[in-house]
Design a protein around this ligand. Structure first.
Ligand code: RIB
Ligand code: CA
Length: 311
């Protein structure tokens, strides 16, 4: 059983990741969901997180609002990918569950102090996590691993030619996390672009009842950006790869390498400079995942989502 904190900017793919985690109480104890500005502004990511938990029938998970902008830059959002609401594709009822008291950064700090061995699962820009580490560096001793979605090497960038969105939005925060010395597992575009929602996979979701239908509607909306840009056969389910890695790490493979973050250049800001071939001699600091058994991933996802109550 792993105690986890999900830090997120929902986002259709974040939503599927949250559903996967909430559908796995046998393996994951979700201590809290902390929201950050990213795909859409903070007021929408906190609204979306509550709607997702209500869809899953899991309204006892504390949801905290966090940072509404990056450490040192203007916020960049991704409505062009996720739609105006951040969860376009289906209209869910307005959330009824309240936000938990306290800022997300304070929640991360207090939960890390109270739960030695906790795993952080960032699915968006790393602003909340970096701020918590800056304010309370001692929590690093209690964080057994950070498993995050972000970065790219072979796939290079999705928001600029050089950078992946989560790292691009707040490169200074990413630098704090990548230099923290905490065990780091990174799920970059290189692996998430291999987890594509092909038609048969989406129809499997749709057959699962209300939650599966929501997932299928989200991916139907979400996939248009990647199909148009990459000509891919569906949407890459970026963030669910983080939770699937926790549940079945054997589905994934990668290398323990050095990864540094570009924070200076206006041209390549947010690039994850991944030393995949070990040419720099710099000390490794991250397990950088490059491959996934996509069928195994979707079978896990479908089976787990089928466990959620049909609302
Ligand atoms: O680049 C993909 C990442 O950016 C995903 O986490 C998506 O939700 C957005 O946050
Ligand atoms: Ca995300």
């Amino acid at each position: 059983m792993r105690k986890i904190i999900i830090d997120t900017d929902p986002g259709q793919d974040d939503a599927v990741a949250i559903l996967l985690a909430l559908a796995s109480p046998d393996a994951l104890d979700v201590l809290a969901i902390t929201c950050v500005a990213g795909n859409v502004p903070l007021d929408l990511t906190t609204r979306n997180a509550r709607m997702i938990c209500e869809l899953a029938g899991k309204v006892d998970v504390p949801i905290h609002a966090g940072c509404d902008r990056p450490l040192a830059r203007m916020l960049v959002t991704a409505e062009h990918v996720h739609g105006k609401t951040g969860l376009d594709g289906i209209t869910l009822p307005d959330p009824k569950m309240p936000l938990a008291d306290g800022h997300a950064v304070d929640a991360i700090i207090s939960l890390a102090k109270a739960n030695p061995g906790v795993t952080l699962c960032p699915l968006g820009p790393l602003t909340n996590v970096a701020t918590a580490l800056n304010q309370a560096p001692e929590i690093a001793d209690n964080i057994v691993e950070i498993v995050l979605m972000g970065g790219a090497y072979f796939e290079v960038g999705n928001i600029t030619p050089a950078a992946e969105f989560n790292i691009y939005v707040d490169p200074e925060a990413a630098e704090v996390v990548f230099k923290s010395g905490i065990k780091l597992t990174v799920l970059p575009l290189d692996v998430t672009h291999k987890a594509l929602t092909t038609r048969p996979r989406v129809e499997q979701f749709r057959a699962l009842g209300s939650v599966g239908q929501a997932v299928a509607s989200w991916t139907d909306f979400f996939e248009r950006f990647d199909k148009q840009k990459y000509g891919s056969e569906g949407a890459p389910l970026h963030d669910p790869c983080v939770i699937a890695y926790l549940l079945r790490p054997e589905l994934f493979s990668g290398r323990y390498i050095n990864v540094e973050i570009e924070v200076q250049s206006p041209l390549t800001r947010g690039m994850t400079v991944a030393d995949w071939w070990g040419v720099t001699g710099r000390a490794p600091n991250a397990t950088f995942i490059g491959d996934v058994d996509a069928d195994g991933f979707f079978n896990l996802l479908t089976e787990r989502i089928s466990r959620l109550p049909v609302s």
